[in-house]
Design a binder for this molecule. Structure first.
Ligand code: BGC
Length: 487
């Protein structure tokens, strides 16, 4: 998680405030390339785990005669594990180091997916999903942290884009695998296949060096110097970077203590948590987890439902490129507001699709069109922009704690959305459930307009100073010099 924050620390350090640099696909070489590769695999695993259940749920429910509640728990078990995995990872990565924690995460991916694949009962399957969730929680906390600590500062900006992009690619890969395996009606392979990239992830992690920053935290200065020298290449001076690591270690304080004593830190933590709640309650994961079912209800049958889901996944990947290109040109607020309006329209189309007044072919067009509209709105806005903003708004002193809180909020809200969708559908009906999400998205436009700052082109110090002096959240960066150099 620190990754996102470090990117801006780096930007601020350089004093280059043209945010466009952040998302440029920098040429990533050497150890920075290794770091980016690792980020990709962790993101991919995250995405695979999110996507895989949508195809497996139907056959699983048939085999185990699982009712609505059990199905919801099969979906949500992963989020329970992930929410638990975040604090576990925070402890392990401090005590055992980032690399060993990542190894544990990777091993859990493998064991968890194999556990799911051979499950003989719903409870075993749920246990396997919790294990996979732990793996997701552990690696989504630790991988970005580790990458931020070992990556060459000049390439950190590219990592955010690659990481979110790989989540979407992982989701799409899972949708494709679901569609292919559906011809053999074997949910066990759908879930078990995740073990293969898990093994690749594990092998990759085993070859990585320890984080120099962690070594410094443990007082192993000489080992840290050697590790950094290896990472930056022989002949490069690492003395300045070591001094910077040292200085940063000194400003770190306990998040809880800061939260108790500093009202402005409470504001930034609350904003981060709100942003993640907004991201999740847009309803994105309703589509990610239940797309084949929604398409089934709209009249698509058999494999068409799964290939329809693949097209939704492809839109998710493609629209993420739009965000990469626009987030530093348009800014965060316009992208978020625009995306939320598009998402509200998409949900409204979905809400209208089961209406008695539309013919079956129109209903299908509305369902797939609504889903594509909604997913593209999410992918060019709330998907990537939330993660970027969440790190930008936390002060250096409490960054890990602040980002930890917002990430935990992401997983808890993810679980609530996953666990409630089928019940909502039963109680309110499909149409009203989508209208509810359409309303929430419309409400979020207001939340963003009122509370979300525009951080484009601001130094991290400027954001932090405005926060610390009690400037209203949406006015951060508005008064005084805007950008260009330190403020
Ligand atoms: C969200 C996930 C979501 C994914 C979809 C991520 O930013 O945190 O919950 O499934 O985007 O692309």
């Amino acid at each position: 998680m620190t990754l996102y924050g470090e990117i801006d620390a780096t930007r601020a350090e350089r004093g280059t405030d043209r945010g466009a640099e952040r998302f440029q696909p920098a040429s990533v070489r050497g150890q920075a390339g290794v770091a980016s590769g690792l980020a990709s695999v962790a993101g991919l695993m995250f995405g695979l785990d999110i996507g895989v259940i949508s195809g497996a749920l139907g056959p699983v429910a048939r085999e185990f005669h699982a009712g609505r509640l059990l199905q919801e728990w099969i979906v949500a078990a992963m989020m329970v594990g992930a929410a638990l995995g975040v604090p576990i990872a925070a402890r392990l990565s401090f005590g055992w180091g980032r690399k060993h924690t990542l190894l544990i995460g990777a091993a859990l991916f493998v064991v968890g997916s194999l556990f799911c694949a051979v499950a003989g009962s719903v409870s075993t399957l749920i246990a396997g999903r919790v294990m996979m969730g732990l793996a997701v929680g552990i690696s989504t906390f630790t991988a970005p942290l580790y990458i931020a600590e070992i990556a060459d500062p000049r390439h950190r900006g590219a990592m955010v884009a690659i990481y979110q992009l790989m989540i979407t690619i992982g989701i799409m890969a899972a949708f494709v695998s679901n569609a292919l395996f559906s011809y053999f009606d074997t949910w066990r392979w759908m879930l078990g296949i995740v073990a293969f990239p898990g093994i690749v992830f594990m092998i990759g992690v085993a070859f990585l060096p320890a984080s120099p920053r962690w070594l410094m935290m443990r007082g192993k200065r000489e080992a840290a110097r050697r590790a950094l020298q290896d990472l930056r290449g022989q002949g490069q001076s690492v003395a300045r970077e070591l001094r910077e690591i040292d200085a940063r270690l000194h400003v770190r304080t306990s998040g809880w203590a800061l939260l108790r004593k500093d009202r402005n830190f409470r504001r930034s933590v609350a904003l981060g948590v709100t942003l993640q709640l907004v991201q999740q309650f847009t309803g994105m994961n309703v589509v990610m987890y239940y797309a084949p079912r929604i398409l089934g209800l709209a009249g698509f049958i058999d494999h068409a439902r799964l290939w329809g889901t693949v097209s939704v996944g492809a839109v998710n990947v493609a629209a993420t490129f739009v965000a990469i290109g626009l987030v530093d040109r348009w800014g965060r607020r316009p992208l978020l507001i625009c995306g939320l309006v598009v998402m509200a329209i998409g949900m409204a189309l979905l809400g209208y699709s089961p209406s008695a007044e539309v013919r079956e072919t129109t209903a299908r067009a509305l369902a797939i069109g609504g889903m594509i509209c909604f997913v593209s709105g999410f992918a060019f806005s709330a998907g990537p922009v939330t993660w970027v903003l969440c790190a930008e708004i936390q002060p250096l002193q409490g960054r890990e704690f602040g980002v930890g809180c917002s990430t935990a909020a992401n997983w808890i809200a993810n679980m609530i959305v996953g666990v409630s969708f089928l019940s909502l559908m039963d109680r309110l009906g499909l149409s009203a459930t989508f209208w509810l999400y359409a309303g929430l998205n419309a409400l979020f436009v207001l939340v963003v307009a009122l509370f979300v700052p525009e951080t484009k082109g601001l130094t991290l110090e400027r954001i932090e100073r405005d926060l610390a002096t009690g400037v209203r959240l949406r006015d951060i960066g508005r008064a005084g010099p805007l950008s260009g150099g330190r403020t």
